[in-house]
Write a protein that binds this ligand. Structure first.
Ligand SMILES: Nc1nc2c(ncn2[C@@H]2O[C@H](COP(=O)(O)OP(=O)(O)O)[C@@H](O)[C@H]2O)c(=O)[nH]1
Ligand SMILES: [Mg+2]
Length: 140
């Protein structure tokens, strides 16, 4: 099983995806620390929100086989810089969250992720469970 690291803004849905994919009692803590849970590595939103911490993301990614960049479909903006993915030198999957929420624009979120360098993008929705099997497959 591959080790998977999640990157995304605070509240983008990283912990929710880990919970859904692991099917276990992952109890996320809101702390400025990288968390390890089984084969999943969760990173603080602050690491993406402040470019001063990019180095911490890059260092943490050394432990993973595949990266997931998480983008909330209801957010009109994205903090993923263009061509962010290649600096990690790992396969990068984009995960759009809240795809089914009112006002969500999953295609906009997908555009953000693709411009950041995600080769594969999966549209997920936490409530309906849409896309979770596809994401599990993408990181298996
Ligand atoms: N409706 C809906 N809520 C979501 C979805 N993904 C995450 N959430 C909710 O958004 C909030 C933040 O998600 P969380 O996973 O904690 O974000 P994190 O800060 O990136 O770890 C939580 O209350 C989640 O239940 C989704 O796809 N749909
Ligand atoms: Mg979290």
């Amino acid at each position: 099983m591959k080790r998977v690291m999640f990157i995304g803004e605070t509240d983008s849905g990283k912990s929710g995806l880990i919970l859904a994919l692991s099917g276990e009692a992952y109890a996320p803590r809101r702390a400025m620390a990288v968390e390890y849970f089984g084969r999943f590595i969760n990173t603080p939103g602050e690491f993406l929100e402040n470019s001063r911490y990019y180095h911490a993301l890059i260092t943490s990614s050394a432990d993973c086989d595949v990266l997931v960049m998480v983008q909330d479909a209801t957010r009109p903006t994205s903090l993923f810089p263009a061509l962010f993915a290649p600096i990690f030198n790992r396969p990068v999957v984009g995960a759009v969250t809240r795809s089914g929420e009112p006002g969500a624009k999953p295609e906009r979120a997908e555009r953000f992720l693709r411009s950041a360098g995600a080769k594969r993008v999966v549209l997920t929705d936490f409530r309906s469970g849409a896309g979770l099997d596809a994401l599990a497959d993408a990181v298996s």
